[in-house]
Design a protein around this ligand. Structure first.
Ligand code: PGA
Length: 251
């Protein structure tokens, strides 16, 4: 069976380079101990501190990527800059970036740029709120169908989907989603993918859960069938939390 995966999204943390280096080293130690793939996504400025030649197992991701590959695009960081440092994953469409105004069209371009450069896009999707009538299912379906139009069948299992209900993400979160609801939603997403790309391709797509995962709830979520791993925010900054979660996913 394929190893489950943890995407550690450090967001805008830590503020000191020395703390980023020690977080790399702690994450590397943890990744070596368990059969779980761990990808750390530091702030872009710390990417160059990642000792890619020394680390055998820990992988490096970026929190964002430019739609452009190189050229006169002030402030942007493209694949030609990221790749030489060993970046092999990139988070796209995170709710915090969408809140800053990133559109679905731009997110789709980022997915295409990443795929062209052999960087695995981790596409975040999730509803802002859960209503009693199930309108959020309609929203999720629309999101998947929109992005599916930009991904070819041969590339679809090179994309990771991180289901992150926006209301469960970050320090203002209303708490983690129940395992039952995570299971139902992942099945729902997989069904839409299967209608679009066929059963075989859809069954290979990794779908992760993210939003308020911690050492206490991760053992239950790790058992959700069809869930290929977890996207962590806050918990990825704590050695103990990260180790617990990575261990739970390795079982
Ligand atoms: P959280 O963040 O784990 O702190 O809720 C998750 C995310 O931002 O992806």
């Amino acid at each position: 069976m394929r190893e489950k995966i943890v995407i550690a999204n450090w967001k805008m943390n830590p503020s000191q380079a020395k703390d980023a280096s020690s977080l790399f080293s702690v994450s590397n130690q943890i990744s070596k101990r368990y059969k779980t793939t761990v990808v750390v996504c530091p702030p872009q400025v710390f990417i160059s501190l990642f000792p890619k030649n020394r680390y055998k197992k820990l992988l490096l991701g970026a929190q964002d990527i430019s739609t452009k590959e190189t050229g006169a695009f002030t402030g942007e960081i493209g694949s030609s800059v990221l790749k030489p440092f060993g970046v092999s994953y990139v988070i796209v469409g995170h709710s915090e970036r969408r809140e800053m105004g990133e559109s679905r069209e731009v997110i789709a371009e980022k997915i295409k740029t990443a795929l062209r450069n052999k960087i695995t896009p981790v596409l975040c999707i999730g509803e802002n709120k859960r209503d009693g009538e199930g309108h959020f299912f309609h929203f999720l379906k629309e999101e998947i169908l929109f992005f599916s139009r930009h991904i070819s069948k041969k590339d679809v299992n090179k994309v990771i989907i991180a289901y992150e209900p926006v209301w469960a993400v970050g320090s203002k979160s209303k708490g983690v989603m129940s395992s039952q609801d995570i299971h139902e939603t992942i099945m729902f997403l997989r069904k839409i993918l299967s209608d679009k790309f066929g059963n075989e391709s859809a069954s290979k797509i990794r779908i992760l859960y993210g939003g308020s995962v911690d050492h206490k709830n991760s053992s239950e979520i790790a058992k959700v069938s069809g869930c290929g791993g977890l996207l962590l925010g806050r918990a990825s900054l704590s050695k103990d939390q990260l180790e617990n979660i990575v261990r739970n996913l390795s079982k």
